[in-house]
Design a protein around this ligand. Structure first.
Ligand code: DXP
Ligand SMILES: NCC(=O)COP(=O)(O)O
Length: 238
């Protein structure tokens, strides 16, 4: 079974646009769980443009599915992991000023840094996943630094899917195989949507989890949140 984690960042973007508490991000997380999500993902960025530190601290007490916290592992992020104790910590190499995540880790160049951070995060009981491009040597690097899982960065899949789904998915199939052989779990995310998800889920072996946020919230505007989550869950039945 491929697990579906809903990234709730964009609920917070909408809330922050008016300064009040509408939509209520905690309620959104609980509703996503009620409608079938098997995990809740957040990516609290340093400028708190969507998820805030205080959201994470409220969510940690109420999320009953897998809580996944993404972020660049600076001191602020490490402190969040210590306090929130999520089931999964997903390390992303984003600079503080990026619009959204735009690359995977260079697991070779950052070997020493990642090794040390991962050891520390694991002391807090978190499973550690690292965000990588679909390149077998980066997956091998992820195993060497002690990650439990990789998250395959699917932006290029989503873009190239529009031209040729088979070509787009090829590097992901290869990377997932390598990860599995090395004993790593396989997550995936970024720009997955109702059009491209089923082909990805059917094609990529050993897929444990996808995290999807932006498209879920866009689709919910048209179909409603409960229907939208059901549509995504259907696409993951392979
Ligand atoms: C790590 C990742 O893949 C991202 O998709 C991320 O969580 C999205 O972040 P934003 O919602 O800030 O664009
Ligand atoms: N890890 C990817 C994620 O959480 C959501 O990415 P997106 O669906 O908002 O692009």
């Amino acid at each position: 079974m491929i697990r579906f984690s809903v990234n709730i960042n964009k609920f917070a973007t909408l809330r922050n646009a008016r300064g009040g508490n509408n939509p209520d991000v905690v309620k959104a997380a609980l509703d996503c769980e009620r409608f079938g999500a098997q995990g809740i993902t957040v990516h609290p960025r340093p400028d708190e443009r969507h998820i805030r530190y205080t959201d994470v601290m409220q969510l940690k007490d109420v999320v009953t599915t897998e809580f996944n916290i993404e972020g660049y592992p600076d001191e602020r992020y490490q402190q969040i992991i210590i306090e929130a104790k999520p089931a999964q910590a997903t390390l992303v190499p984003d600079g503080p000023d990026v619009l959204t995540s735009n690359a995977g880790w260079d697991t070779i160049r950052n070997q020493a840094f990642l090794k040390e951070i991962i050891q520390e995060l694991k002391k807090n009981g978190a499973r550690v996943s690292i965000f990588v491009d679909p390149q077998p040597h980066m997956v091998e690097g992820a195993a060497k630094v002690g990650a439990d899982r990789i998250e395959l960065y699917t932006e290029s899949y989503a873009r190239e899917f529009l031209v040729s789904p088979e070509v787009a998915v090829k590097p992901y199939i290869e990377s997932a195989r390598v990860a599995h052989e090395l004993g790593l779990g396989v997550n995936a995310g970024h720009d997955l949507d109702l059009n491209n998800l089923n082909f990805f889920a059917k094609s990529v072996p050993h897929l444990d989890e996808v995290s999807i946020g932006h498209a879920v919230v866009c689709d919910a505007l048209y179909y409603g949140l409960e229907n939208t989550l059901q549509l995504y869950l259907q696409k993951l039945k392979v």
